[in-house]
Write a protein of this length. Sequence first.
Length: 254
Amino acid sequence: MFVSAASHPYLQDHSIQGVPVVPVVLALEWFARAAQMSAPEFTFVGCRAVKVLKGVRLGDFQRGEWLTVITRKLHNGDGAVLAVELRGATGSVHYRGEAVMASAYPAPSAPSGLTRTLEAWPHALYGDVLFHGPDFQVIRGLDGVSDAGTRASVAGVSAQGWGAEGWVTDAAALDGGLQLALLWSRRVLGGRSLPTSFGEYKSYMDGAPEGLMQVELSSRVVERSRAVSDIRLTDAAGRLVAELTGVETHLLPS
C-alpha cells in the first residue's frame, strides 16, 4: 500500500522526533485486510504472536512511501492460519504475526473485571507519558489507574475522522488501549515504556463500531523493567468488540 500525508494524514500525529511512525495497530489492520484477500472464504478473527521488529519511520511522508504486506498460508482445516509480514520500501521486515481465519467469530469471553479501586491519574494525559498529537488523542475519559489495571472511554476511527476505508478492526480504539498500557506501565514500572509485542488479538465483530467505546486493561505480570497486560474493548451496548492479550511493554532507559 502507498502511505503518504495525503492518504493517511492522521499519521502526522503519531510522530517521534518529528517523523511519522506506523503504529502497530495500523499494521494489524493491514494484516487483517491482506488475510481476508488471501482467504476470502473465511473471516478474520485474530492475529497472534505479533512482534514489533523495527518501527516504520515515514521519512518521506509528504511524497509517500510504498509498504507491502506478505502473506503465506501455514495450514488449512476448519479455517486457516497465515504468516503475515509488513515490509518497508527496502524489503526489511518491520512487523510480523500470524493471522487467524475461521468460518465465524468466536463466542465472547467472560469479563474479568477490575476489583480494586482506581485512583485518579495525577498528570496530564497527553504531552507527558503520551506523545500523541490531536488525531491520536483518543482517550475521552480516564476512570483511573491502579496496580491492577486501568479503564477509560475511547474514540474509534469514526469519531476520529480517520476515513471510511472499510476498516476490519478499529485501529484508533485499539491504539487507545495501547496508550492505556503506557499510562499503566508508568505507574507500575516507574518510567516511560514502549509496547514491544502482544500475544494475540481476538476479534468478535466486523468493522469499527460507532460512538465511544470502553477499554479495560488488567495486569498479568509486572517485573523490574517489563509489564504484561490484557486489554478488552467493548462498545456502547456492552458488547465485546476485541481483545489484546499478552501486551508487553518494556521500560525505556532513563
